[in-house]
Every structure is written in structure tokens, then in C-alpha cells.
Ligand binder design. Structure first.
Ligand code: ADP
Length: 498
């Protein structure tokens, strides 16, 4: 294990929280398209849609298996939870639905994507994207310790996911390298945060009181059962300390010893491994491992820390503003709402890894403050590099009108992918077929107004004529439903738009 004095077995027993609010739903008129609407509980057997293969991980109440989604041929991960074991422990049941509820709403390049979920007689199954590069934990063990540039690249991605969660009132509460996966075994891999089972949705005015987390990474105020979202920043501080030194700041032979050290909150950055580490890196650790949560950095502040900025901007400069993605974003145009909904479905559920990897990098480069969404100012900066300010302002206004399909005032990750992905990659025969099947949920061969309502639901509920209107836009034979031919024609007309 080299000098990495870490062990996976020091896990605190979980105490499960109750989710107390649902969504901060945008109250809007008409049809707004949210990627979360596409995450459904499927009514068929899991094996009807998936070919299931090897076990790739396990947890206290179930296991994770690799599977192939039959319609799209995509590799996915399925986390299966044994109902019998969780009915004995109601908290675990809450934990499962908690994870579904939170992941549904997370639309961020560094948070694992949830596609759908199933329930059968004996199990719950959660289907997510498959992340093939293993746990960051194993990467650290192999590397012993990371260079500052590599550490900063990983930490910025983790902080970006954390900033996004905190902005959406989600506290992860169990951030640790075992819950951070890499999309490939490489220093420039994309990090994906997983395991939101222990997360909670908090109200800003309230303090959290349940003790939760893993000994090495848990914040002292969590042990005192009086804490808020800043506990995640403490865990990030522990993670950065481990990245740079290969050992935890609060070590010990067992959980009890570790927790005593955490409670005291004293850590040192002396010894040979720290001699080569820059003062700026040490300052950042100090700000994240600040004992008083009120004085501790927020995720947004940490993202703006000079050490993060100076160590990550150089990595990204060659790909700073990828020209073809920016062109696609600028030229994005759809004629019909339903076309846009299908494209969003493909971008959030079906787009292939190669296509999305490049887009995730471009998104990260434009997202200067790292909060996981693109503001007008960030877009303006990107376009200003290639055109005059007036023209850039005009283009950005146009982009917001045509791309911000959920009306959040920002370009969210899925909205960005929808607009920037190559049309040919989005509209492969396979994707069109899968998308049609998903919208035609009863498999009748036609998409009805009822199925559209079920798929897009949300905001337009109660306005029943909206769904018929959506159909009428593309219903060539005027039978009030959309068949495969009409569906394909609708999508091909998007392909022909220039
Ligand atoms: P639990 O909540 O039971 O601990 P996790 O969600 O942490 O379950 O998953 C357990 C392990 O399974 C992870 O540490 C990881 O190694 C593996 N795993 C989980 N999800 C994925 C995924 N999407 N892709 C690849 N491996 C995964």
C-alpha cells in the first residue's frame, strides 16, 4: 500500500436521513423540458431491457453489476438492493428512494447519471452510467501520491459537483475516494461522484443532526450532530490532504482512534512528503479543514482559490474554447418542441461516451466559476474571443432563447450537450429507434398524447391540450398519434436544418 495509510474497512454504520422536500420546481407555463423527467420507474422486467453480466462492486445491502442496455447497446451499471434486507431496516428503504430522488435531479458532468429504475418482487434496481476507470481510491493507492497539477484537476471536478449539489440544497455527506469514480485510469480522467444514498436535501435555515459518514473523512461538527453543507468541504480537505501526501490527516488503528483525532481537529503538514508541496496548496487545505464551519471555505470559494486556478487553467488552455462546439451551440435551432424533447432525451440518456467526453471538457472550460452550469457572462467570455462584444452579446441572447429549454436562466449540462453534439451522432438509427421505444411506453407502435404527458409531464400538467398540440405539429396523417415514420421524419428534418 506504499505510504497510503488508508483502509476501506473503517466505515461508520449508516444512520439514514429522511428526505424532507421534493424539488425546487420551476413554475412555468407550457412545456418545459427537464432531463429529470426522462428518468422513469420501468414497468417491465429488468432482463427484458438488459443483458446482465459481471458483478463490479458491492455494498452493505446489495451489489453493482455491469449490464448492456439492449436497445442502445450501451454499457450501464445496475445497483441492486435486496428488498428483504432493507425491509428489516426501513432506513435503507428510505436510502434507496433518497438516492433515486437526488440523482434524478442532478444534471452535472461530474455526477453519475441515473437513467431509470426498476422494482421486482425481491429487488430494487438503479440503472446508472457505467464508469470504467475504477475508484479514485485505487488510483491513489497505485500512484502513492499525486502531483499538485493532477490533484488540482481532480479536486476542481469534485468541488464543481459539490458546488452544484450545495446550490441545489443537497449535502452528499459521504465524500471519499471510494465514492469517486474515474472514467478511465488516467491522471486526466473525468471524475464522477457516486453513492448519494447518504445524501440529504437540507433547508438553509436548519442544521442537520444525523451522524453520518466515514471516519477518515467525517467533519468534527457531524460528530457533534450540528452541521450543514460545509461538512462536504471538510471531506474535500481530507481528500486533498491524501492526494498530496498519501496519508490521511486524521489517522488511527481503528474508527475510535480516528474519530478522537477528528474531534480534536489538529493535523500537521510537516515531514518529508510536505517539504515539496507549495505553500498555496497547504493554505487551501487549511481553509477546507478549518475547524469552524462558518470560517471554512464554501465550495464556490474553494473553486476560486488561487491554487486551483493556477493549477488547472494551464491544463485547459489548448482546448479552451472548442470551435466546433461553440459553432454548434450558436447555430442550434429546432422547429418543434417535440423535436427538442427527443434531442434532450438522446443527449441525457443515449449519447455515446466518446461524444460526451469531448463535450464535458468543453463545458468545463467555458464554466469558469466551476458551478456546473453556464451563465450568460461565461458564454460571453467564450464568444468574445472570436467576435466583437456587441455581436457576442447578441449571439448569447439568441443561445439562451433557443437552448435554455427549462428556463433556468443558465445553460445546464444536458442543454449544452443537446445543442453541441454532432447531429449525426445524436440521430444515429440506433438512437432514433431507442428514443421512439422510450416515448412509445406501451409498445403499441404509436406515441399518444397520454404517453407524451407521461414522458414530459411536470409543468404542463393540467393543460391537456398541450400534448395534442405537440402531436399535431408532426402528425402528417392526422390520426392524433405519432408513428415511427412520422417520428423519423420529424427528427430527419432537424438533421436537414442548417
Ligand atoms: P453502496 O451504496 O452499496 O456502497 P456504491 O454506490 O458505493 O454502493 O457502489 C459500490 C461500488 O460499486 C463502488 O464503490 C464502485 O466500485 C462500484 N460502482 C458503483 N457504481 C458504479 C458505476 N456506475 N460504474 C462502475 N462501478 C460502479
Amino acid at each position: 500500500m506504499g505510504c497510503v495509510a488508508l483502509a476501506k474497512e473503517h466505515k461508520n454504520s449508516p444512520i439514514v436521513p429522511k428526505v424532507d422536500s421534493h424539488s425546487q420546481a420551476n413554475k412555468v407555463e407550457g412545456v418545459r423540458i427537464y432531463s429529470e423527467n426522462f428518468v422513469k420507474k420501468k414497468q417491465v422486467a429488468l432482463r427484458q431491457n438488459y443483458t446482465i453480466s459481471a458483478k463490479i462492486g458491492s455494498g452493505a445491502f446489495g451489489y453493482v453489476r455491469l449490464a448492456v442496455h439492449k436497445d442502445s447497446n450501451q454499457k450501464r451499471a445496475i445497483k441492486t438492493i435486496d428488498k428483504e434486507s432493507i425491509t428489516k431496516d426501513m432506513k435503507e428503504r428510505v436510502k434507496f428512494f433518497n438516492e433515486v430522488d437526488i440523482l434524478k435531479r442532478a444534471d452535472h458532468p461530474n455526477i453519475i447519471r441515473l437513467y431509470e429504475f426498476y422494482e421486482d418482487e425481491k429487488h430494487y434496481h438503479l440503472v446508472t452510467e457505467y464508469v470504467s476507470g475504477g475508484e479514485l481510491f485505487d488510483f491513489i493507492i497505485k500512484s502513492k501520491m499525486l502531483s499538485e497539477a493532477i490533484a488540482a484537476n481532480f479536486l476542481r471536478q469534485i468541488l464543481s459537483a459539490v458546488a452544484y449539489c450545495h446550490e441545489h440544497n443537497i449535502v452528499h455527506r459521504d465524500l471519499k475516494p471510494e465514492n469517486l469514480l474515474l472514467d478511465r485510469e488516467s491522471a486526466d480522467a473525468t471524475v464522477k461522484v457516486i453513492d448519494f444514498g447518504t445524501s440529504v436535501i437540507f433547508e438553509e435555515t436548519k442544521q442537520l443532526t444525523q451522524k453520518y459518514g466515514t471516519a477518515y473523512y467525517i467533519a468534527p461538527e457531524v460528530l457533534r450532530k450540528d452541521y450543514n453543507e460545509k461538512c462536504d468541504i471538510w471531506s474535500c480537505g481530507v481528500i486533498l490532504y491524501i492526494f498530496l501526501s498519501g496519508r490521511p490527516p486524521f489517522g488511527g488503528k481503528n474508527d475510535k482512534d480516528i474519530l478522537i483525532k477528528v474531534q480534536q481537529g489538529h493535523f500537521n503538514m510537516s515531514g518529508p512528503e510536505w517539504e515539496k508541496i507549495s505553500p498555496d496548496a497547504k493554505k487551501l487545505i487549511q481553509k477546507m479543514l478549518e475547524y469552524d464551519p462558518k470560517l471554512r471555505y464554501s465550495a464556490k470559494q474553494a473553486l476560486q482559490d488561487p491554487w486551483i486556478i493556477s493549477n488547472t487553467s494551464a491544463n485547459h488552455s489548448d482546448n479552451l474554447f472548442d470551435a466546433s462546439s461553440l459553432e454548434n451551440l450558436k447555430g442550434f435551432r429546432v422547429e418543434q418542441k417535440l423535436q427538442h424533447a427527443v434531442l434532450t432525451f438522446i443527449a441525457s440518456q443515449l449519447i455515446n461516451k466518446e461524444e460526451s467526453k469531448k463535450l464535458a471538457e468543453t463545458f468545463r472550460n467555458i464554466d469558469k466559476n466551476g458551478d456546473g452550469k453556464l451563465s450568460k457572462e461565461e458564454l460571453l467570455e467564450a464568444y468574445n474571443a472570436t467576435m466583437g462584444r456587441e455581436e457576442a452579446i447578441e449571439e448569447v441572447e439568441k443561445i439562451m432563447r433557443s437552448v435554455d429549454v427549462n428556463g433556468s436562466g443558465y445553460i445546464d449540462y444536458t442543454e449544452f450537450v443537446t445543442a453541441c453534439a454532432r447531429k449525426e451522432a445524436m440521430l444515429s438509427a440506433e438512437n432514433m429507434e431507442s428514443a421512439f421505444k422510450a416515448f412509445d411506453s406501451d409498445g403499441s407502435g404509436k406515441i399518444t398524447a397520454g404517453e407524451l404527458r407521461e414522458m414530459l409531464g411536470g409543468d404542463a400538467n393540467g393543460q391537456d391540450d398541450v400534448w395534442a398540440k405537440l402531436i399535431a405539429e408532426v402528425d402528417q396523417d392526422r390520426d392524433g398519434e405519432i408513428d415511427v415514420r412520422e417520428f423519423k421524419n420529424m427528427m430527419l428534418s432537424y438533421l436537414n436544418l442548417s
